[in-house]
Ligand binder design. Sequence first.
Ligand SMILES: [Zn+2]
Length: 95
Amino acid sequence: MASPHVHYHEPACPHAGCQQRMEWIDFQLELFGDPEGIYKPLVRSWWEGVGFVGRCPGCGGWIRFTTLRMEAVTDDQAGQFPKLPDNWHTVAQFA
Ligand SMILES: [Zn+2]
């Protein structure tokens, strides 16, 4: 299964007041070099439609990323999903 590469039709961060835009994201999960801890669980969750969460590089709020959309989630909700590493936004490519 391929590392998630997505285009969002609504590219604005889902947190109110945040100016961050992420229209195209190539998460490049293979670059973390942790196939069992990161790549496999996150890729599986992505293609199952559950997606994963990571902090917005703009506002720091939790975002749930799925194939369809970005969704704002609380700290509690974020705990229910697989998590991107803290530095995910320095590894991913954005446009
Ligand atoms: Zn944000």
